[in-house]
Design a protein around this ligand. Structure first.
Ligand SMILES: C[S@@+](CC[C@H](N)C(=O)[O-])C[C@H]1O[C@@H](n2cnc3c(N)ncnc32)[C@H](O)[C@@H]1O
Length: 295
């Protein structure tokens, strides 16, 4: 291909996908290239397919070059775009919040199964612990019109993003954001029907094994929880019973490495019925579900 050949949409995409392919951390180079070029051009990704032969002007090409450079250095696409889709809705993200993961949709589905039952006899009250971008609490509020949520996080910067997302999705009147270390800021009153949490659950011992784009770009408060990854879960299991109604539910997302130990923590609590664990699409243990014993 000659140097004079114009940089069309098609040529830029091919060159960039090949370039990103050579970078170890790009799992989906062609998709990344398309998303970044659409961002630089200010159009939808799908529109690129009808613009293949269009020559890209200097300004968007410069912007695209900047984005590709950052992607090649490991910056996740979601941070470069400033958004991530979760449960078919767009959430604003910055490096102050974890990028919502598809696995977390299992947690939302498991919570909705229980909340729909509870909603038959009144407006469900929930708490989302470690809300990050707010994706869990906001999705639950969107799916259940009567739901009232308190969403807590230890990070004020994350709470600002979550608040912006609640406003964007028009649930700010039903989701209250509170800066809190786990449930500390909530009264010890059994008012909640459900406590849902995707807490940090990676052990510091696992740090060397994490992919670079996670370790270098996502907030460590969202990832790590003590040497074994269980500090937040241990404390949450201790704090939850005094805030949950008898018969209320505790739902926690975790990863396969801590699954057994986390399940044992809940099983060892005198306040919960024996927990169950649901698997994700990869058949890995992902969501722990425990019911608070009736008094
Ligand atoms: C794994 S991220 C989950 C974010 C979001 N809920 C999601 O699923 O995408 C964990 C979140 O917990 C927050 N966090 C960590 N330790 C906490 C603590 N002790 N109390 C409250 N939030 C905490 C982090 O700031 C981060 O936003």
């Amino acid at each position: 291909m000659s140097a004079e050949e114009p940089w069309t949409v098609g040529r830029l995409l091919k060159w960039t996908a090949d370039y990103l392919q050579q970078q170890k951390h790009a799992d989906s180079p062609r998709l990344d290239a398309e998303l970044l070029l659409a961002q630089a051009l200010g159009c939808k990704r799908i529109e690129l397919y009808t613009r293949f032969d269009e020559v890209v002007a200097d300004e968007p090409r410069g912007k695209f070059r900047g984005l590709v450079k950052q992607r090649a250095s490991g910056m996740p696409v979601a941070y470069l775009l400033g958004r991530k889709e979760f449960y078919s809705r767009d959430f604003k993200v910055t490096q102050d919040v974890l990028i919502p993961r598809p696995e977390t949709e299992h947690l939302v589905i498991a919570a909705l199964d229980r909340l729909r039952e509870i909603a038959k006899s009144g407006a469900p009250q929930i708490c989302d612990v470690g809300t990050g971008s707010g994706c869990i609490a906001i999705t639950l509020a969107k799916e259940l019109k009567t739901l009232q949520a308190t969403a807590v996080d230890i990070s004020p910067a994350a709470l600002q993003i979550a608040q912006a997302n609640a406003e964007k999705h028009e649930v700010a009147d039903r989701v209250v954001f509170v800066e809190s270390d786990l449930l500390n800021a909530l009264d010890e009153q059994p008012t909640l029907d459900v406590i849902v949490s995707n807490p940090p659950y990676i052990g510091l011992v696992e740090k060397p094994t994490l992919p670079r784009d996670v370790l270098e770009f996502e907030p460590h408060a969202a990832l790590f929880s003590g040497e074994d990854g269980l500090d937040a879960i241990r404390e949450l299991v201790a704090q939850a019973p005094s805030r949950l109604k008898p018969g209320g539910w505790l739902l926690i997302e975790f990863g396969p490495i801590v699954a057994e130990a986390a399940t044992a923590i809940v099983a060892g609590s005198p306040h919960f019925e024996p927990p169950t664990v649901e698997k994700d699409l990869a058949k890995l243990p992902r969501v722990l579900i425990a019911r608070r014993k009736a008094d």
